[in-house]
Ligand binder design. Structure first.
Ligand SMILES: C[S@@+](CC[C@H](N)C(=O)[O-])C[C@H]1O[C@@H](n2cnc3c(N)ncnc32)[C@H](O)[C@@H]1O
Length: 338
């Protein structure tokens, strides 16, 4: 059974990332557990699909030298620049790192473009899904329900669809589906109705206008004390704008096919639907009674310790799952058993 390692204390991680260059930097989540599963070692080739501010990437890079390579992707070019500056300052050699401002669904293309060859097999693949802290902290990105900003919510500013379009142009039934499907919202119908009513009178332009409309759509006596309905509705719209679940569902099985023997894929999810996708894809890859080409390393998803949650509230919703490609000889013996 997996044991939470004592590689280093989360407090060290916290001190290191909490205030990089005066920016409220993103504090990477469940780093020790993720490293234990991915087992980065000198010479390994690792794909970080969501490099963000570079926190996990830095810890991986430290362990794959000499001779290792980290390919890092982020759909948000601004996050990627932050990661590039941070990793440069950390002094990692240029040839140990390649960063691409691509959505991870294009991971194979990114690598092939760089090397001019077919994508090679990876020893480790990491997905740390969702937003990074700077997204929520920068009001102008419009991700935050409690900061005045435009209705944007895009990771990639080159993308056409914005939250403004979803909120002002999508049909009531579509809005209801978004709230229901992506946030399991009991009041999805009331929220969708209220938005459509409001937009008959005026265009909904800002995050605080939207938050206000959402808040008013649920009578206060019916609001759950255990959930912030506005926050989860914002998250649902963000997932719709960026097609986060669709892209993840499509990419995870493909990513597994790029794992080398003994290579591990780890997924940190912050949303129950994303965690469910990992669970289902991993179960299919492992096959019935372990007859598949992969072995699940986390029977149940790992969660952050109370100590980590105390220091970094974002870790509260994290669920970590991992799967390993079996060596070829064990795969053939599995087939015989079958
Ligand atoms: C939780 S953060 C990653 C944090 C990172 N592990 C760190 O330690 O700093 C998630 C990142 O994924 C990026 N992202 C979201 N969807 C993406 C996609 N389809 N392809 C690539 N990056 C994506 C976001 O821009 C964000 O920077």
């Amino acid at each position: 059974m997996f044991q939470t390692p004592d590689l280093f204390k989360n407090s060290q991680i916290y001190e290191r990332y909490k205030g990089w260059h005066g920016v409220q930097a993103h504090i990477p989540v469940m780093v020790a557990e993720t490293l234990e599963l991915l087992a980065p070692a000198p010479g390994k080739k690792i794909l970080d699909c969501t490099v963000g501010a570079g926190g996990h990437a830095a810890e991986i890079l430290k362990r794959i030298q000499p001779g290792g390579l980290l390919i890092g992707l982020d759909r948000d070019p601004r996050m990627l620049e932050q990661a590039r500056a941070f990793l440069k300052e950390e002094g990692f050699p240029d040839n140990s790192l390649r960063l691409f401002p691509f959505s991870y669904e294009r991971f194979d293309e990114a690598f092939a473009q760089e090397t001019g060859t077919e994508p090679k097999l990876f020893d480790g693949i990491l997905f740390d899904l969702g937003v990074a802290s700077p997204h929520l902290d920068q009001a102008e990105r419009g991700f935050s329900w409690n900061k005045e900003g435009p209705l944007d919510f895009r990771f990639d500013a080159a993308q056409k669809l914005t939250a403004f379009d979803v909120v002002n142009k999508w049909r009531e039934s579509e809005l209801r589906r978004v709230f229901k499907e992506y946030s399991d919202e009991r009041f999805s119908g009331a929220m969708a109705r209220r938005i459509c009513k409001e937009r008959e009178v005026r265009i909904i332009k800002t995050t605080t206008q939207l938050a206000d409309i959402l808040r008013k759509s649920i009578p206060s006596r019916l609001r759950s004390p255990h959930r912030d309905h506005v926050q989860t509705a914002f998250q649902a719209i963000r997932i719709a704008v960026n097609d986060e679940l669709g892209i993840f569902e499509k990419t995870l099985p493909k990513a597994l096919s790029f794992l080398a023997e003994n290579g591990v894929c780890a997924v940190l999810a912050y949303h129950s639907k994303e965690d469910r996708v990992s669970k289902i894809v991993f179960a299919e890859a492992a096959g019935k009674k372990g007859t598949g080409m992969f072995e699940i390393l986390t029977k149940k998803p790992l969660m952050a310790t109370n100590e980590e949650i105390r220091r970094n509230a974002r870790a509260r919703s994290a669920r970590l799952r991992a799967i390993r490609r079996k060596p070829a000889d064990s795969q053939s013996s599995n087939k015989e058993v079958k």
